[in-house]
Design a protein. Structure first.
Lengths: 317, 281
């Protein structure tokens, strides 16, 4: 198992803030919008340096999505910022008609996704957003795993012509990807080469997959681990190459197993290379209040659950 | 500039287009389309400063956004007769493989359309965004938008109305088609909206009215008056009084023709009331 270490933990939303700040300096067409969550989204630096390119919309997410769509007409590249729940479910029809169907170059940037939002509870913890967004034709869906990758993804999506959903989170998590790692939309990152089982993880679960890989290695099980930061377009080739080698797969995500990464992987396998699969995800449930760590443990989104799923899926080969 | 008679002739021809389009496919929305015919004719042929051709960004020209997308027949007819696409293409309205979808969309690449509309209440936000882009680009051209009165029942409008006033989006002229009708009945029956002038003014807009929204000269005068009110720190709202179904007597003064096509006999009556002027497509 390839060794991964980290020196510090930082929230992925800070990676977004840093990426947006850099875009503010390098791309004059980038504009930012926020629905009264500037601090939570770490947008202060961009706003301080580019006040004329920032639009405080107020608590009116539907209006924000429409204004973002309109700003593209005239060549701007709008980045909207609010929590994942208010970036998707609350404004689904606005995104569907004014952005996706209209083919507008809007970057929907969503923080506090999933259970790790924590204590605010289920009203704010969306676990359906990946599904909602991946179903929209033409929408790119990205869920990076750490600070560096979120920063790189933020910068990369400005160069992509078309609507993007960028999902990140609230808690401080290990920073383990290289600072200079280029972000390629739709291209999985090979975390570890292995031969017994494929683990495909996205977002906060990538680090848990690494921890699981280490535990599995101690038991003599070799895991092929993919960081699937882009859920759509999915890197079919990387999935098929890995599963051709291992013959089974565990997917891991901070999202409902209905509509998430796991189902997308299952579709690719069903069409090309049927193989046993286990899903680390929430199982058609809402979240609840608690600390992020407590919630991830209670809902089985941790390295221990991944190890158990691997042992189970290996028996099904 | 076309003279008033030419614009009236164009309006009559547009009305023929509208009823023929919806008749052919036995679907579509003639009522609001007929009611807004003078508005579209005036806007595209007398009021807006437009470039030759079409590009999505529309830098250096005025832009128009149709929020109540169901009145696509009048939009398509006026766009075609302005030269955005061949008039013959009106024949494809609502047919398979057409660029003239039931509700307007950019998806099929139809020149003249800059955003999809149909799901109501979204157009004012988009228009505000385009107005903000104009300001960022130091482009002093204007943004026009059209909204149904019933459409104002969608809450997103009021988010947008609040934002535009609060942020001095004063390069925006939003026109409300005040025909008092919606699918299930009159707006007063379905959901009374009270005093719209007072509401817009309370939100901080500069509000004016076009009392005769089916009189081409009144519409032109009103739109030109609205232009003079831009750039003064407030978004401009025009409450435009129209008659749904105007120009076809049996479609007027009722909500019944909001989304219903005429049969063969009704079409003949409608066309007889609007004799061919510029040539049918």
């Amino acid at each position: 198992m390839k060794k991964y270490t980290y020196e510090k933990k930082i929230d992925t939303r800070s990676g977004f803030g840093a990426g947006l700040a850099e875009l503010g300096r390098t791309n004059p067409n980038v504009v930012a919008l926020c629905a009264d969550l500037v601090g939570s989204l770490k947008m202060e630096t961009f706003i301080k340096e580019n006040p004329e390119r920032f639009f405080q919309i107020g608590i009116a997410e539907a209006n924000m999505m429409g204004i973002a769509a309109g700003l593209t007409i005239g060549g701007k590249i709008p980045f909207t910022g609010t929590f994942a729940n208010f970036s998707t479910g609350r404004v689904y029809d606005q995104i569907r008609q004014s952005i996706a169907y209209s083919g507008k170059n809007v970057k929907i940037c969503a923080s506090h996704a999933g259970l790790t939002l924590g204590e605010d509870g289920a009203t704010h913890q969306i676990l359906e957003d990946i599904g909602l967004m991946k179903m929209l034709p033409g929408m790119t869906v990205i869920n990076p795993c750490d600070y560096n990758q979120t920063k790189a993804a933020t910068i990369a999506i400005a160069e992509h012509d078309g609507p993007v959903y960028l999902r990140f989170g609230r808690p401080a998590v290990p920073v383990f990807t290289p600072e200079d790692q280029k972000f390629e939309i739709g291209k999985a990152v090979q975390i570890n080469e292995g031969s017994d089982v494929t683990i495909i993880a996205t977002g906060h679960l990538v680090w848990e997959a690494i921890l699981a890989g280490e535990k599995l290695a101690e038991q003599g099980i070799s895991a092929d681990i993919l960081d699937m930061h882009t859920i759509k377009p999915l890197d079919d080739a990387a999935i098929l190459k890995s599963v051709a080698k291992t013959g089974c797969v565990v997917t891991a995500e901070e999202h409902n197993y209905l509509g998430g990464l796991g189902e997308s992987v299952a579709r690719v396998l069903a069409e090309n290379h049927p193989a046993p699969q286990e899903f680390i995800a929430t199982k058609d449930t809402f979240g609840e209040s608690g600390t992020p760590a407590q919630l991830m443990d209670k809902y089985g989104l941790n390295s221990e659950s991944i190890v158990n799923a691997v042992i189970k899926v290996l028996k099904r080969k | 500039m076309p003279d008033t008679q030419q614009l009236k002739d164009l309006a009559t021809q547009v009305r023929r287009d509208i009823v023929r389009m919806v008749h052919k496919v036995n679907s579509g929305h003639p009522g609001g389309s007929l009611g807004c015919t003078e508005f579209f004719v005036a806007l595209y042929n007398e009021v807006m400063d437009l470039k030759e051709g079409f590009d999505m960004d529309g830098i250096g020209e005025d832009l128009f956004f149709l929020s109540n997308g169901h009145i696509s027949p009048v939009f398509y007819s006026v766009l075609a007769r302005k030269g955005y696409f061949p008039v013959e293409e009106l024949n494809t309205f609502r047919l398979i493989d057409s660029r003239l979808q039931g509700h307007p969309t950019t998806h099929e690449g139809l020149p003249g359309v800059r955003v999809a509309s149909g799901s109501l209440g979204q157009g004012m936000s988009v228009a505000i965004g385009a107005a903000l882009a104009k300001k960022l680009n130091n482009d002093d051209h204007l943004i026009y938008s059209l909204h149904g009165d019933g459409e104002l029942q969608e809450g997103q409008n009021w988010e947008a109305i609040m934002y535009a006033a609060g942020n001095k989006v004063d390069n925006l002229i939003a026109t409300i088609d005040l025909n008092g009708q919606q699918i299930d009945g009159s707006t007063d029956q379905v959901l009374p909206m009270g005093d719209l002038r007072a509401k817009f003014e309370a939100f901080g807009w500069d509000v004016m009215e076009i009392e005769k929204g089916n009189d081409i000269e009144a519409v032109i005068a009103g739109l030109k008056e609205a232009k003079t009110r831009t750039g003064k720190g407030k978004p401009v709202c025009i409450l435009m009084h129209t008659i749904m179904g105007h120009g076809v007597d049996f479609m007027m003064y009722t909500h019944a023709w909001h989304g219903k096509a005429p049969n063969d006999e009704q079409l003949a009556v409608a066309l007889a009331q609007n004799p061919e002027t510029l040539g049918d497509y």
